[in-house]
Design a protein. Sequence first.
Length: 279
Amino acid sequence: MTEGTAPLLARIADALERLAPPPPPAPDFSGARLFRHEPKSGAFVPAPDYPLSLDSLVGIDRQKTRFVENLRRFAVGVPNNHVLLWGVRGTGKSSVTKSAFVALANEFPDLKLIEVDRDEVTALPPLFDLLRARSERFVVLCDDLSFEDGAAAAKALKSALEGGVSGPPENVLFVATSNRRHLMPRDHVERQGAIAAAENAEEEMSVSDRFGLWIGFPPMDQDTYLAAIRGYAEQFGLHAQDLDRRALQWSTQRGARSGRVAWQFIRDLAGELGVKLPA
């Protein structure tokens, strides 16, 4: 390098530094406890606390106890497992996650919950790498997870949960809800050749094995459904004649009995009576 080229290279380096985008600011998790992650912008959008308490979720006591037990272990930093909540729709899988989180976050201020869209599973590895360096402890929730796009998303999730050579982040607990225990789309075989379908099925089912804790949510029977209705009605001061009959009629019209259907009936009843409910 000659004496004349050194200043020129220095000016070029300075110009490139000015043109390069500044590093993104570190995320701020101090303003809320629940967040939604947007991978395209890298933003963590704060969300209000989930309004329903654990006590409001009726008929799933075993599932609540098991989930809270594992979440508490995570909160105190002892061994725990990633969680797959699976079962029929509307039985309280995501509600248990959020209600339990809010309950324990009151006790453990460093707990944060980040919800990710199921279509953004491929963004999980860099998200986990970002969270690894933080002092907080993060529950990362993916609601209604399934691998509609095949094995690519499954490989990304496996990579995130295994953590590569660095290992999985100790401060991240991944929770997924799904209507299917093995996370596979129903038209899996129809959309692919036999060999490709078998290979992708093996890839996707192997992801289920990365969840150390599986918690099943069976359909709700009539007695449990009515207990949920009565519990909500008492909690929110909703007084109506023929409550059970109306609740059963509502479930018949919907063609299902579940915690979600019970809550929708309660919202309809509250609207009729002019009573405000949690959002």
